[in-house]
Design a binder for this molecule. Structure first.
Ligand SMILES: [Zn+2]
Length: 329
């Protein structure tokens, strides 16, 4: 009896040792993965990332590196994420289940600097020629895919300020929003309804109504793009500069780390009735008069086909004038 007890005890010790051994192996491989990712941080700072033997060039135009460091390492279930901050842009390299790279936000530019540039005319230090292409009021199932195609052909990333209601509209619109995201463009919040009389009754901002719509849209974006999705940029329907009494709203937005982004050039695709490609190009030349950093307002909603048609011309013009293209984040 005593012998049996001892034997069973020995068996248990053996089992326990095996379990601990297996756990150690699992943990050490996990640790190696993590370490590999941390090694990648150096590569990120050098403008490259290697993940699962996939060599990825992040950016040849790395900005002046002022506070290079890995900001955040999350090791959540099935996901490993490294965020490295080098100068202004935040580079985000994410692997899902350690298999593939989803996205590298390689071309992003600090939204707060753009807000300061547009609202307080605080110049951006390095004075580079930078173009921020922005598209409002989408996604649409007709125009957005056309715009995405032109951007892809030119290997350029842009910023899309989407309307929550538009995203909810159809499953196809949701899929297009995912395309925008997975193709590496930035996504901003353009409220849920875009309804002026609700958001700005009598021309004055209703902070509570506005914040509720920003929040609602944020939830919709998360439901389509995943809980990890965040954006801290907002574009006011009609532009921040169009409305009175925004002080309370501005404060509430700032408290939640939102930056509002207006524009300093446009193509006129939301001015009056439908416009031809040529009319948009003309308006572009009227409003883009060599701004060192140009935030160009365009629309990718229904009926704006000529915006997609004018886009190649605009990109070529900006390229010829020495502009590089960045997203706002
Ligand atoms: Zn709009």
């Amino acid at each position: 009896m005593l012998k049996n007890k001892k034997a069973s005890k020995n068996a248990w010790v053996k089992r326990l040792t095996t379990i601990i051994f297996i756990m150690l192996i699992i943990m050490s491989s996990r640790f190696t993965e993590l370490n590999n990712m941390i090694d990648n941080k150096k590569n990120i700072e050098n403008g490259q990332a290697t993940i699962h033997n996939q060599q990825l060039n992040i950016d040849e135009q790395l900005p002046n590196k002022t506070d290079d460091k890995v900001r955040d390492i999350n090791n959540e279930e099935g996901q490993l994420e490294v965020r490295a901050k080098a100068g202004n842009p935040v580079y985000k390299v994410m692997t899902e289940k350690y298999e593939s790279t989803i996205e590298i936000n390689k071309n992003s530019f600090d939204a707060s600097k753009i807000q300061d540039l547009l609202t307080k005319h605080i110049k951006i230090e390095d004075g580079k020629k930078i173009a921020f292409l922005t598209f409002d009021d989408g996604p649409s199932t007709t125009v957005t895919p056309e715009i995405l195609k032109v951007l892809k052909d030119n290997n350029i990333k842009a910023t899309f300020f989407v309307i929550g209601k538009q995203v909810e509209d159809t499953p196809e619109a949701k899929r297009i929003l995912q395309d925008i995201y997975h193709q590496g463009h930035a996504i901003g919040n353009h409220t849920y309804s875009h309804n002026y009389s609700k958001l700005f009754p009598k021309g004055r901002a209703d902070a509570n109504a506005f914040m509720a719509e920003v929040e609602k849209t944020d939830q919709i974006l998360k439901s389509v793009l995943g809980e990890d999705f965040t954006t801290d940029i907002v574009r006011f329907p009609g532009g921040h500069c169009s409305w009175k009494g925004t002080e309370d709203l501005d404060k509430q937005l700032a408290d939640k780390n939102y930056k509002y982004i207006d524009w300093n050039a446009l193509v006129g695709d939301a001015e009056g009735g439908p416009k031809t490609r040529e009319q948009l190009i003309k308006r572009y030349h009227q409003t883009f008069v060599g701004q060192q950093q140009v935030v160009l307002l365009m629309h990718d909603t229904y009926g704006k086909k000529s915006t997609a048609e004018a886009l190649q011309y605009i990109i070529t013009d900006l390229k010829n004038k020495g502009y590089e293209f960045r997203t706002i984040r």
